[in-house]
Design a protein around this ligand. Sequence first.
Ligand SMILES: NC(=O)c1ccc[n+]([C@@H]2O[C@H](COP(=O)([O-])OP(=O)(O)OC[C@H]3O[C@@H](n4cnc5c(N)ncnc54)[C@H](OP(=O)(O)O)[C@@H]3O)[C@@H](O)[C@H]2O)c1
Length: 325
Amino acid sequence: MSRKIPLQQRGFAVSRLVLGCMGLGGGWKRDPLTAEDLRAAHEAVDAALNAGITMFDHADIYAYGKAEQVFGQVLAERPELKEKMVLQSKCGIRFEDGPGGPGRYDFSKEHIVQSVDGILGRLKVDAIDILLLHPPDPLMEPEEVAEAFDQLLRAGKVKTFGVSNMNSAQMRMLQSSLDVPLIVNQLELSLSKLDWIDAGVLVNQKPGAEVNFAQGTLEHCRLENIQVQSWGPLSKGLFTGRDLTGQPDHVKQTAALVQKLAEQKETTPEAVVLAWLMRHPAGIQPVIGTTSPERIRACAAAMDITLTREEWYSLYVTSRGKKMP
Ligand SMILES: NC(=O)c1ccc[n+]([C@@H]2O[C@H](COP(=O)([O-])OP(=O)(O)OC[C@H]3O[C@@H](n4cnc5c(N)ncnc54)[C@H](OP(=O)(O)O)[C@@H]3O)[C@@H](O)[C@H]2O)c1
C-alpha cells in the first residue's frame, strides 16, 4: 500500500528520506570551515538530490553552527538548488556560555526568534520551511512560544513548525496555545532502539514496565496527521557493515538477516534497515545521518522497496532477541 506521508498530504514536495546534516561542516570541532568541508557538503547535497532526496534536516547547533554555514555556502554558490529543497532546522539547545550559563534548553521567545535569525544567516536563505523545537524545555511557556512563532510567521522567516523528542502530552499542551498546527515530531526510532514498538506490544504485560517510551506518542501523531521523523535510523551502521566484535548475538543475527534480505531483494542493507522503519503505518521519514555519497545512494534504494509483514516481524523479533509475547 503506497500512501502519502503526512508532510506530502500537507502539500510539501518531500521525499520519504531526509538528509540529516549533522555530519556536515567538519564535525564537533570549533576549527573554522575548510575547503574539504565545502567539497564534502557539495558532494553530499548532490548525491542526495540525484537520488531523489529533497528534504534536508539541520539544527543551529550542529558542528557548532558550521553544518548550516557550509550548507549556506553550497547554496550561495549554486542558488538554483534552493528550488529543489525543503529545509528544516531546529533550535532550543544552548551550550555552556560562561558563568551562570550552563548547557541548557531554552524555548524563550527571545531565544527562539534570535536563533532563527542565526539559522537564516548561516543557511543564506530568507526563510526555512519547517522549524522544530529541539528537546523539550521544562521551563516552556506555551503562550510565549506562540508569540515567537507568530512573530516568525508574520516576518515570513518560518513557514511551519514542529517539535523533536516530545511526548503527546507535551505536544498537546503546546498546541493548545498555538494558532498553527505542529506538523512534525522527530524522535529516535530504529531497528536497534525498539522501545517505540515495544511500548505498544507490551501493554498490560510485566516487561512493559521496563520500556521507556511515552505511551500514545505515535498514536497522537497519527491521529493529528503529524509527520513522524526518525533520527538515528541507521543505528550508526550497526546492521549495515560496521565491525560487530563484542556485540551481542541478537545484533549479529539481525545484521545477518538484514544482509540476507538485501540479497533476496537485490538491494542494499541500508535500504532494508530504512524500509523497516518506513513499513510502519505512521509513515515515518528516516533522517539519515550519513555524509558519504555512496552510503546516501545505498540509503535511497529504500524508496524502491516495501517489506512484507513477515519480513518486518522477522527483523523486529530478531533484533529484540525474544519471541513475541
Ligand atoms: N532531533 C534530535 O534530537 C536529533 C539527534 C541526533 C541526530 N538528529 C538528526 O538525525 C540525523 C541522523 O542521526 P545520526 O547521524 O545519529 O544517525 P544515523 O543515520 O543512524 O547514523 C549516521 C552515522 O553513522 C555512520 N554510519 C552509517 N553506516 C555506517 C557503517 N556501515 N559503518 C560505519 N559507519 C556508519 C555514518 O557515517 P558516514 O557519514 O561515514 O556514512 C554517520 O556518522 C542527523 O544528521 C540529524 O539531522 C536529530
